[in-house]
Design a protein around this ligand. Structure first.
Ligand code: FE2
Length: 217
C-alpha cells in the first residue's frame, strides 16, 4: 500500500451504484429506535470535512451493499475512536456524511465499524477495533482508527453498517486506493474506495467517504 502523504489533489471518485442493492435487511427494533447521541463535533475531529456535502449528479445512488463477512460482533460500544492504548498500526482518520437519495444530510444515522488490526487479525473475543456512532445534526460522522492489515484472500478493508433512523440497513465495506491487493479481491468494488485527503507532514492519514442510505424520513 502506498500511503498518500502530502498528495496535493487526488481525483475525487464519484459515488455510483454498479449493481442494485443486493440486500436491504430489516433493522432490529433497537437500532430503528436509537436516539441521536451526543458526540464530539465531527468537524473538530475531522477538520478536512466540509460543513455541507458536495453534491453532484451521481449523489442519488445508494451506496453499494456488500457482504457482512463472518466477523461481525453485536453490541460493540458507542465510540468514534476505535484505537486503544498500545494498539499498533498507522493512525487513520475517516470522515464523511450520511446522505439520503436526494443528497440531504441524515442526522442520527447509525454507523457501525469493524475491522482487522494492523496484523490482519479480528478481535472475535472483545471489541478491539469495533464500535458504533451516530451522525450529527448535519449528517456528519468521523472515525479515528488504524489502517487495517491484510489477511489471506482479502484486500485492505473496513466493514460498515449504516442506517438512517427507521431506514433500511446498509451493510458494506470500504477500500483504499492504490492498494495492490484490490485487483485480486473478488469482493472489492471501486465504488467503495475512500478518497484520500491532503495530509500535512506528520499528521495522521485522512480519508473521506459519504454514505447514501435508503429509507430516510
Ligand atoms: Fe473482513
Amino acid at each position: 500500500m502506498t500511503y498518500p502523504v502530502n498528495v496535493p489533489d487526488r481525483a475525487r471518485l464519484s459515488r455510483r451504484t454498479l449493481a442494485a442493492l443486493a440486500t436491504a435487511l430489516a433493522a432490529p427494533a433497537a437500532l430503528r429506535s436509537a436516539p441521536i447521541a451526543a458526540q464530539a463535533d465531527p468537524t473538530a475531529a475531522a477538520p478536512f470535512l466540509p460543513p455541507t456535502p458536495e453534491c453532484d449528479d451521481d449523489d442519488s445512488d445508494p451506496t453499494l451493499a456488500q457482504t457482512e463477512g463472518p466477523f461481525f460482533t453485536p453490541d460493540a460500544p458507542e465510540r468514534t475512536d476505535l484505537r486503544e492504548p498500545g494498539l499498533p498500526g498507522e493512525p487513520l482518520s475517516l470522515a464523511g456524511f450520511v446522505l439520503d437519495d436526494a443528497c440531504r444530510p441524515v442526522p442520527g444515522a447509525l454507523l457501525e465499524f469493524w475491522q482487522a488490526d494492523a496484523a490482519g487479525v479480528y478481535d472475535n473475543e472483545g471489541f478491539t477495533l469495533r464500535g458504533h456512532q451516530f451522525s450529527d445534526e448535519e449528517g456528519r460522522w468521523a472515525l479515528e482508527t488504524v489502517v487495517p492489515g491484510l489477511y489471506p484472500g482479502r484486500t485492505r478493508h473496513i466493514h460498515v453498517r449504516a442506517q438512517a433512523p427507521a431506514g433500511l440497513l446498509l451493510t458494506t465495506q470500504l477500500y483504499f486506493p492504490d492498494e495492490s491487493a484490490n485487483a485480486a479481491d473478488g469482493i472489492f468494488d471501486p465504488a467503495l474506495l475512500v478518497e484520500w485527503e491532503e495530509t500535512p507532514s506528520g499528521e495522521p492519514l485522512r480519508a473521506r467517504f459519504d454514505f447514501v442510505v435508503e429509507g430516510a424520513a
